[in-house]
Design a protein around this ligand. Structure first.
Ligand SMILES: C[S@@+](CC[C@H](N)C(=O)[O-])C[C@H]1O[C@@H](n2cnc3c(N)ncnc32)[C@H](O)[C@@H]1O
Length: 374
């Protein structure tokens, strides 16, 4: 059993922990902005392939005291890097956290880099090159107070970058947050789903991927672990094959998305096409006032603009009021959720919330407001 740490957005630790348990992880323990778990190499690959709410899966290789640059350099040199890297391989170092002496991530990363290449020079007379975009080895250093954890990053680029969304609307949700909102709303594939402000389609697309049991990692070309010395290509291919065979082709309940902006709906459609769900989800250009419930019950999740990135508060207040009025008048039997980063706007909805869940949307603290409509 190996120790792993999945990094996640702040506030999603418990949702991510539940997801990891469903994927077969052991000793699952949520922590700040991440979840510890243990498991086999097969589990590591499976979590990268299937994880919907995670950013990265790190494999810690060393933990040491790290009060200053000298100590960091020395501790990194104590690791035998030939196990992970030859001078022919490139690498990149990403640092998170800080302490008093190590408070600039570039400077901190430089100490790690120097310690590794100095060891290589001594041993082989040559050194690895740095490649920050497509390195062979992604190294992560996390500093907390005077302690550091050095890990290999098995994911490489963040897992929220599924690869199906080069086309994005004006203020898209991260795919991992959209997947987590579906879990928070306790949506399941047997419930109809609607996002009447769908933008680039992230919520309906993530719902469809879940409903059709499509592994989000199937759209990515590479993961950090693929360049590791111990990469088991046969195991990885068998997991991908299993995932392809487990896909479904029909939805059990309708999934709909609409937006007033025709160009953005076209983008959403292209994104849906790229992950093979455009035939199953219904996307259309529709002004909010034209929305009608497609069924007698279901789940609405939407994130209206909240003044931070799009529009301003006075202009947006009528939209929030309109959402509340339409929910109340037309959507009896449904449960609706609004993600907003602005309390004043949230109040304009004018309906009583049955739950408020704190969620971060990137750096913005937001609230997921729940409304039972009857
Ligand atoms: C913050 S964006 C949603 C982003 C989306 N969740 C995504 O991941 O791409 C809000 C969307 O609401 C749409 N919108 C604003 N007012 C609307 C209205 N009255 N009727 C329909 N759509 C509207 C905008 O066009 C915009 O795409």
């Amino acid at each position: 059993m190996t120790q792993y740490f999945a990094t996640v957005a702040k506030g999603l630790e418990f949702i991510a922990a539940q997801e990891l348990e469903r994927l077969g992880a052991h000793d699952v323990r949520p922590d700040f902005a991440g979840v510890h778990f243990t498991g086999s190499r097969k589990l590591l690959y499976r979590v990268n392939l299937w994880g919907r709410t995670l950013f990265r899966v790190l494999v810690p290789i060393a933990e040491f005291p790290c009060a200053n640059a000298q100590q960091l350099y020395q501790e990194v040199q104590n690791i035998d890097w030939t196990e992970y890297l030859s001078p022919l391989n490139t690498f990149a170092v990403n640092c998170t956290g800080k302490n008093e002496a190590l408070n600039h991530s570039h400077f901190t990363a430089l100490q790690v880099k120097n310690a590794i290449i100095d060891q290589q020079r001594l041993e082989f007379g040559e050194r690895s090159n740095i490649d920050i975009d497509h390195p062979d080895l992604w190294i992560n250093l996390h500093i907390h107070e005077n302690q550091a954890i050095l890990s290999l990053d098995s994911s490489g680029t963040s897992l929220h970058r599924r690869g199906y969304r080069p086309a994005v609307g004006l203020a898209p949700l991260k795919e991992s947050l959209a997947a987590a909102l579906l879990d928070m709303a306790e949506w399941n594939p047997n419930l109809p789903f609607l996002d009447p402000l769908c933008g680039s389609g992230t919520l309906p697309i993530e719902a469809s991927l879940k409903a059709l049991n499509i592994a989000p990692g199937l759209f990515r070309e590479s993961f950090g672990f693929m360049k590791w010395k111990d990469f088991d290509a046969k195991l990885w291919d068998s997991l991908k094959q299993e995932a392809l065979e487990a896909q479904l082709t029909t939805l059990s309940a309708p999934i709909l998305g609409s937006d007033q902006d025709g160009d953005i709906v076209n983008q959403a459609y292209e994104n849906a096409q790229r992950c093979g769900v455009s035939e199953q989800i219904q996307l259309q250009q529709l002004e909010l006032s034209q929305i009608e419930p497609p069924t007698s019950h279901g789940i609405i999740i939407c994130n209206p603009p909240y003044g931070e990135r799009l529009g301003n508060i006075e202009e947006l207040a009528p939209l929030y009021k309109q959402l509340g009025d339409i929910f109340k008048q037309r959507f009896k039997g449904w449960t609706a959720y609004i993600l907003t980063g602005n309390k004043t706007l949230g109040k304009q909805v004018g309906l009583r919330t049955s739950r408020r869940i704190a969620v971060n949307n990137g750096a913005l603290p937001c609230t997921l407001l729940k409304y039972e409509l009857y």
